[in-house]
Design a protein around this ligand. Structure first.
Ligand code: ADE
Length: 258
């Protein structure tokens, strides 16, 4: 899969894409990441990439010409892949969106800066807008890295452990179960018996139940979309009673609980 990233600060990407999973995925030919400096497509003496907003007001707006020239230059015309603008106004990034992008052969990612980009970029070049959360960063560079990593983790072979991404939080619509490693006892705190039992069905059951409990405690909204079997629902009803949690509406409906 190929990522083309357009930014005014291309140097911020280098250390991160040369580390860990992204570096390995690049070395193994699973992904290629090209970083382009939008400034290279300016044509004036001062290499201007931004200007004051029409109508007045503070801040600067990224000019359309270098952005169009950069993207259309690299795409050799009108891009036939998604062109994603990283912006707090975009769709909030989720596992499902990352999965959809992971089926593409190529993604172009635009990093906005300042007060944003000229609206004509949004209207005539960008095909999707993605946010990484309801807060404002100084630019789209960190959000672009977040998107690239979230997508790359889902590509076959990108993680050392083939089940890695499969077990992650959100992959099955639930939060991940708690993890422990050696030593089995630390300061008198023991690893749960089930995990050291060697009994694989018991381990799988414990993990599933912990995922359900965590999700109910921390992100009950996720349970409305998660795939749940009868045993899951029975367990949720039991723990909701025990802990006096309120079950999400969708689960109460499934069980005919008022
Ligand atoms: N650019 C600035 N803030 C952002 C955010 N929260 N998500 C995506 N792009 C951004």
């Amino acid at each position: 899969m190929r990522f083309d990233i357009f930014s005014l600060f291309p140097e911020v990407f280098t250390p991160y894409i040369n580390t860990s999973i992204l570096q390995r995925a690049r070395a193994n030919g699973i992904i290629a990441i090209n970083i382009y400096n939008i400034r290279d497509w300016t044509t004036d003496k001062h290499h201007t990439t931004d200007d004051t907003p029409f109508g007045g007001g503070g801040g600067m707006v990224m000019k359309p010409e270098p952005i169009f020239a950069a993207v259309e230059g690299i795409a050799d015309g009108k891009p036939d892949c998604p062109v994603i603008l990283m912006t707090p106004q975009g769709r909030p990034l989720t596992h499902v969106i990352a999965e959809q992008f992971s089926r593409q052969e190529r993604l172009m990612i635009l990093c906005g800066r300042y007060e944003g980009v000229d609206e004509r970029v949004r209207e005539h070049l960008v095909s999707d807008e993605i946010s990484i959360g309801d807060y404002v960063l100084s630019g789209g560079e960190l959000p672009a890295l977040v998107l690239v990593e979230a997508v790359t983790r889902l590509l076959p072979g990108a993680l050392g452990d083939p089940d890695g991404a499969f077990d992650d939080s959100f992959a099955n619509g639930l939060l991940e179960y708690p993890q422990y490693t050696r030593p089995p006892e630390f300061r008198g705190w023991n690893v749960p018996e089930e995990l050291v039992s060697g009994n694989h069905p018991a381990i799988a059951r414990w993990r599933r139940q912990q995922s359900l409990l965590r999700t109910l405690q921390k992100r009950p909204d996720l349970l409305e979309m998660a795939e749940l079997n009868q045993a899951d629902i029975q367990y949720l009803v039991k723990i909701a009673e025990e802990h006096a949690f309120c079950l999400p509406e969708a689960i109460r409906k499934r069980l005919d609980i008022p």
